[in-house]
Design a protein around this ligand. Sequence first.
Ligand code: GCU
Length: 331
Amino acid sequence: MIDSRRFRWFQAAAALLLLFGCSGDSVPGKERLILSNVHVEGYPTAQGLRDFERRVGEDPLLGERLALDLQLGGVLGNEKETLEKLGFGGIQMACTSVAPLAEFSRTIGVLTLPYLFRDPEHMWRVLDGEIGEELLGSLEANGLVGLAWYDAGARSFYNRQRPVRSLEDLAGLKIRVQKSEIMREMVEALGGSPVSLGFKEVYTNLYTGAIDGAENNVPSYRSERHFEVAKYYSYDRHSTIPDLLMIHRGVWQRLSEEERAALRRAARESSAAQRGFWRDYVEEALAAVREAGSEINEIDDVESFQRAVEPLYVKHAALYGDLVERIRAVE
Ligand code: GCU
């Protein structure tokens, strides 16, 4: 039988928790926005998000209205789970890679096609222009609002076995990819064996030898300490996939016009800052992994990699053909 006195005590405690928040992190009078990201403190994306947090806090309108609760280091889950939570409003904001996002919102997946951009400058001209705006708008149908692109550099292969100098060296290697169909297809087209895993699962799987390698930018190779277990990093720069700062559409709609404009401004200013943090960190990360014994090589015949992934463009022509053409036409 339930002890009614104890039950009343529980009810009172629950009411108090609801009123004041259970971990002391809700701020009376402000709307709490949980923002999730996989990167650790000090990583350029995390620095960009700290910059965003500061701008929101200091903004005369937003500072009174919103309490940003930035959760770094993947404590709220890998990106697939994060995006699921964001989709139903379990969290209010997230900054993730576009690759897993494309499983929820197809159009934006054009950005995950390998060798889409000529160089990083080309990518930024596309993202900062009309096509970038259109891609952000395409998320609305999935209940999300895209606020600002963050730099995530170019992705290349690294592994425990050998330097990759040609497609033959990739043959048969078990390579971790993000939860993304196009990334799986890309690794297959290049002769590797793709294994989809969350970002925070990569280190253990490399360590135990369950996978031979992965593919990512040098900052992630360093910050997640993958260089300790996968010594060979080979620059084929197969994709340049940005990260994206997003907010749940329901939350967005509760904000006034002025508040939305201020939030978008804070996000875009943080994006400009983040690109600077990125540039600084890339140099530092490269020096650190070299120092720790990583062997880093360029690939002479990148054209053979580009040719090998051409079938992906054919396969996805119905969905992405027009967009690809427009992206390639951007000077
Ligand atoms: C990059 C990107 C992350 C992503 C990760 C991955 O580090 O910035 O958002 O999670 O790649 O490979 O999963």
